[in-house]
Design a protein around this ligand. Structure first.
Ligand code: ZN
Ligand code: ZN
Length: 221
């Protein structure tokens, strides 16, 4: 990713969600992104890596992304930043959803800070810009780092696919709009890590993603 930063992906929950530790190899300060569950495993990995977690960043409020956040906040003594306030209704039903999906230890919570379009979050001096990208969930955000040409996109976009829109508050057309009007303008050579599966590059998705390739979306509406 860069000589100065590193990323460790730790799949958690039955959904194999990409919980991530992202850190500076210079300062060893880092952030924990989308701790969906299996907090013990995440805290153990953070310990092994020797990373000093400064904040927890959430892309959206679904159980597989946020289920372990309250526990990790308590253990790591740090703040939860994000998602957008429109996903608070998901954060209010984490315990209920955890029972449904067999995810242990989830707790409902309120983030320390909600994220809005145009906000920035920082790891040391490295800045990420926030884009509110509803459609998969109403409060989904994408965190984009210009310096690294890299984005954490949650379940907005996947390699070869996009987020599901059949859950509460989902909207397919809104998701397509979020991707084509907020992500594509950032440039083609942007690498991204989604909430599930492998990472990819915007350009590849614009060429071959069956749902949001330029050949399809350019002629829509
Ligand atoms: Zn989701
Ligand atoms: Zn997910």
């Amino acid at each position: 990713m860069s000589v100065n930063y590193d990323l460790r992906v730790i799949p958690v929950t039955p959904f194999q969600q990409n919980a991530m530790v992202f850190w500076s190899t210079e300062t060893m300060n880092g952030v924990l992104i989308d701790p969906g569950g299996e907090s013990e495993k995440l805290l153990g990995a953070i310990d092994d890596l020797g990373v000093n977690i400064k904040e927890i960043w959430l892309t959206h409020g679904h159980i597989d992304h946020a289920g372990g956040a309250a526990e990790c906040r308590e253990q790591l003594q740090c703040k939860i930043i994000g998602p957008h306030a429109d996903d608070q209704f998901w954060l209010d039903q984490l315990e209920e959803n955890a029972q449904t999906y067999g995810i242990a230890g989830a707790r409902n919570f309120t983030p320390d800070t909600y994220l809005n379009e145009g906000d920035t979050v920082k790891l040391d001096e490295l800045e990420f810009q926030i884009f509110h990208c509803p459609g998969h969930s109403p409060g989904s955000v994408v965190l984009y780092c210009k310096e690294l040409s890299f984005a954490f996109v949650g379940d907005v976009l996947f390699q070869g696919s996009i987020g599901r829109t059949d859950l509460q508050g989902g909207d397919h057309q809104q998701l397509l709009n979020s991707i084509t009007t907020k992500l594509w303008p950032l440039g083609k050579q942007i690498s991204f890590m989604p909430g599930h599966g492998p990472g990819s590059v915007f350009e590849k998705e614009r060429q071959s993603n069956g749902l949001v390739a330029d050949s399809i979306t350019m002629y829509a509406d």
